[in-house]
Design a protein around this ligand. Sequence first.
Ligand SMILES: Cc1cc2nc3c(=O)[nH]c(=O)nc-3n(C[C@H](O)[C@H](O)[C@H](O)COP(=O)(O)O)c2cc1C
Length: 148
Amino acid sequence: MGEVLSQAGMQVDVVPMRQVQDLAPYGAAVLGTSIRMEKPLKEAVDFARRHRDALARMPVAVFSTGLFMREDTVENREKTRGFLAPLLELVANPVDVAFFAGKLDHGKLNFLLRFAAKHDKTGAMEEGDWRDWDAIRAWAGGLSARLL
Ligand SMILES: Cc1cc2nc3c(=O)[nH]c(=O)nc-3n(C[C@H](O)[C@H](O)[C@H](O)COP(=O)(O)O)c2cc1C
């Protein structure tokens, strides 16, 4: 996304949210979070709360990654929108909200989660990479005009 927006002529910093102290130098923001246990990351919600006023004064786009979106259905979009609610409630009028499929690497899970993933019979914790880079690039490409 950062590359695509740069190619569109924007000056872009890709930064972990907890490292951002001040949004004053920025004219727009793209906030992303994975979904864990049906919630956005705490880091993302804390960021949106901390910078709520600044975000309200600039164009903001929001995206999530999650495994529900392995299948892009109306039902899974609505579920994912619900998971994102704690973040979306803090962003007044996002220019766009996107739900992408993510990836799961069992090797990166802690012991308990790896155990849960191994014994999960629903397929919800199946290992794999479902990121659709064309869809991600296309979304970023369409965003630039709305962020300017
Ligand atoms: C502990 C855990 C809980 C998860 N819960 C959800 C969930 O509730 N809904 C969903 O769509 N995806 C869920 N996922 C899938 C992640 O959102 C997906 O793997 C994402 O790409 C992970 O990115 P991250 O490793 O940067 O957090 C979960 C993954 C993990 C490891």
